[in-house]
Ligand binder design. Structure first.
Ligand code: MG
Length: 256
């Protein structure tokens, strides 16, 4: 099942998404998408709604340097254990909303990533049981003010600006993350291309590592790291991240 969130003339709701293109139908979910959703009976065509970020997260946890070639381009080797950091939930935006470059940064980069969405409260999850706590997967862009990240010695400012976490377009609950293509395009030009099988720490290891530290709540999002090819975006450009089997997350870039 594909799960999303929309703004319709009737308000904001979670939906299940069926069909493709002009034939897409979005069936309204009565409350939340966790467990077995119940439906209101109302449905919408995609032309009549705005697609929002597919989930409301209490936190966004990110893995740094989870592809060896990206660690190398950042000037080092990947650490043996996963390095984690947080993005504030206020950085989340949906598809088609603009990524806003702050005037204080001279270099704002795209980082296309596969995202995990947690389905139930959990702690100390073993890798083999990670499937049981995952609602599904979506597409993310871990937008980064690279100059701030490097200047500060820690990453809260560089990773934390409003609009720096585009998510969507929807969550695929039946997705197999083990070996699919991930592509990032800037104005239609391919900048990043990898397969998720090249992750240094796979989804199970990531959930085990993070949940050893902190309780994960329904809707929490985990960004699994970006491959090589990161680079800057400027106002007027459009960045698109595609995960094979899920879809494309596309956002324009503007200056504040
Ligand atoms: Mg990243």
């Amino acid at each position: 099942m594909r799960l999303g969130r929309i703004a319709s003339p009737a308000g904001v709701a979670f939906v299940s998404v069926e069909g493709d293109g002009d034939d897409t139908v979005m069936k309204e979910i009565a409350e939340h998408p966790f467990g077995t959703p119940t439906f209101t009976g109302r449905s919408w065509k995609s032309a009549d709604v705005r697609i929002l970020a597919p989930i409301l997260a209490s936190k966004v946890i990110c893995i740094g340097k989870n592809y060896a070639a990206h660690a190398a381009e950042m000037g080092g080797e990947a650490p043996a254990d996963p390095v984690i950091f947080l993005k504030p939930n206020t950085s989340i935006i949906g598809p088609e909303l603009p990524i806003v470059r702050p005037p204080s940064s001279e270099r704002v980069d795209y980082e296309g990533e596969l995202a995990i969405v947690i389905g139930r409260a959990c702690k100390d999850v073993k890798a083999a049981q990670a499937k049981d706590v995952i609602l599904g997967y979506t597409v993310a862009n871990d937008v980064t003010a690279r100059d701030h990240q490097q200047a500060d010695g820690q990453w809260t400012r560089g990773k934390g600006y409003d609009t720096f976490c585009p998510l969507g377009p929807w969550i695929d609950t039946a997705f197999d993350p083990s070996d699919v293509e991930l592509v990032t395009e800037l104005d239609g030009e391919v900048k990043q291309r990898t397969r998720t099988s090249l992750m240094l720490h796979d989804v199970g290891e990531i959930v085990e590592w993070i949940s050893r530290v902190m309780t994960l709540l329904p809707g929490d999002v985990i960004l699994t790291g970006t491959p090589e090819g990161v680079g800057p975006m400027v106002a007027g450009q459009r960045v698109s991240v595609t995960v094979e089997g899920i879809g494309t997350l596309s956002n324009p870039v503007v200056d504040k």
